[in-house]
Design a protein around this ligand. Structure first.
Ligand SMILES: Cc1ncc(COP(=O)(O)O)c(C=O)c1O
Length: 421
């Protein structure tokens, strides 16, 4: 080594990056995985993730696989993409989304991205001007927080209210916003709460956003994962009231998050985004960004065109059954309570009653010990912004869910406070 080892170098850790990455779900999952007992021969029960694709019951539709193979074999999609995606993919997504709307989305408003996550990255970069702030839900999908923190965009949290079916606390939204607030993020159906917003509530949110002069970012990556009483209604229906940017992807509905195909749709019927210059800013960020793989884009018309309704309905039925089983099992465990029966997405939030437990200090401690003693992964609520809650994924094989809940029951019993004789 000699002199080189003692020399001063000008680069090193970046505190902004360290801070931002500490917010990510992956960091928590790594911590939990490091707590697993290698000597435990039982299969690990993974209820901490949002990717059921490895389970045979959640494999994608064969027509989607065919679409990808055909796209590759055609050799028509080996070229670079244009910044907003290739025209056939933009048109196919516009048509797919328009099926459920009261109007037609223009392909020009669709921008293809590498999964919904890249749409988040691009939009947050475009919104982050000095002094600006963004309103995020609490609990949240923490990639918004990470990306905002990385772009040094101030985050202000409004609560989702468990006592009101996880609806938005609109009074809080009004109180938080000021003239530097640029946007509000909504996730519907909701990760992590498992609720679905009603049409009336969506309308109220859009009216509030209009009053405050802010953009609505509608993350609909779980679009159509609604299996309760409320149907899924897209925020696109309210673009006449307030400018909306819609996010979506094939990741969840087709169970192919690894294909990295998403979209960002700008809905601006009154040219508010255009006239303010924001649309041009967004185009500039898109021009600086990497594109979704062209052969995946080339397959989109066949993926959305050839997947039969039965595929979606049978998978939705399966997710619904998992959600019901999950809710029933939660009710049998005294130290956790679920304020709202899940009606959408793949998750539910449960509150941990620490006063019923001994030697468990908080949600992270609960999850670390559960990983160690029961080979089971559940996300601590703090990972999504709610300390002493837990986020449970129910979109897994039925048997795994049953096994998982029997392990949680054993764990909870072992750690419950003993009655005084
Ligand atoms: C609410 C939410 N938004 C965005 C994403 C990212 O989606 P994608 O996998 O398409 O990048 C996820 C992934 O779990 C999510 O839960």
């Amino acid at each position: 080594m000699g002199e080189i080892g003692t020399k001063r170098w000008n680069f090193g850790a970046n505190e902004v990056v360290e801070r931002s990455s500490s917010l990510s779900i992956r960091e928590y999952l790594h911590t939990l995985i490091s707590n697993l007992d290698a000597g435990d021969s039982r299969p690990i029960i993974p209820l901490g993730h949002g990717d059921p694709s490895p389970f045979p019951s959640f494999s994608t539709d064969p027509s989607a696989v065919e679409a990808i193979c055909d796209s590759v074999r055609s050799t028509k999609f080996n070229n670079y993409s244009s910044a907003s995606g290739i025209p056939v993919a933009r048109k196919a997504v516009a048509e797919y989304l328009s099926r459920d709307l009261s109007y037609k989305i223009s392909p020009n408003d669709v921008h293809i991205t590498a999964g919904c996550l890249q749409a988040i990255e691009i939009l947050i970069s475009a919104l982050a001007t000095p002094g600006a702030n963004i309103l995020l839900p609490r609990p949240t999908y923490p990639m918004y927080d990470s990306r905002a923190s990385l772009s040094q965009l101030e985050v202000r949290y409004f609560d989702l209210l468990p006592e009101n079916g996880w609806d938005v606390d609109l009074d809080a939204v009004e109180a938080l916003a000021d003239d530097k607030t640029v946007a509000i993020v909504l996730i519907n159906p909701c990760n992590p709460c498992g609720n679905v917003f009603s049409r009336q509530h969506l309308q109220k949110i859009s009216e509030t956003a209009c009053k405050l002069g802010i953009l609505v970012i509608a993350d609909e990556v779980y679009d159509h994962f609604a299996f309760g009483d409320k149907p899924f209604v897209s925020m696109a229906e309210f673009a006449e009231i307030v400018p909306v940017i819609l996010f979506g992807a094939i990741s969840k509905r087709w169970f192919v998050p690894g294909w990295r195909l998403g979209w960002m749709v700008t809905l601006d019927p009154h040219s508010i985004m255009k006239d303010s210059g924001f649309l041009q800013t967004l185009t500039n960020v898109l021009n600086m960004s990497t594109d979704a793989a062209t052969f995946i884009q080339g397959a989109v018309p066949d993926i959305v065109g050839n997947t039969k309704e039965e595929f979606f309905s049978s998978k939705l039925e399966m997710v619904k059954e998992c959600a019901e089983l999950c809710y029933e099992e939660i009710m049998k465990i005294p130290c956790i309570t679920c304020p709202c029966k899940p009606e959408g997405s793949m998750f539910t939030m449960v509150k941990l009653n620490l006063s019923l437990l001994e030697d468990i200090s908080d949600d992270l401690d609960f999850c670390c010990k559960l990983a160690k003693e029961e080979s089971m992964i559940i996300l601590p609520g703090r990972a999504v912004g709610l300390k002493n809650w837990l986020r449970i994924t129910f979109a897994v094989e039925h048997e795994l869910l049953i096994d998982g809940f029997s392990r949680i029951k054993n764990f909870a019993q072992r750690h419950s406070k003993k009655q005084q004789p």
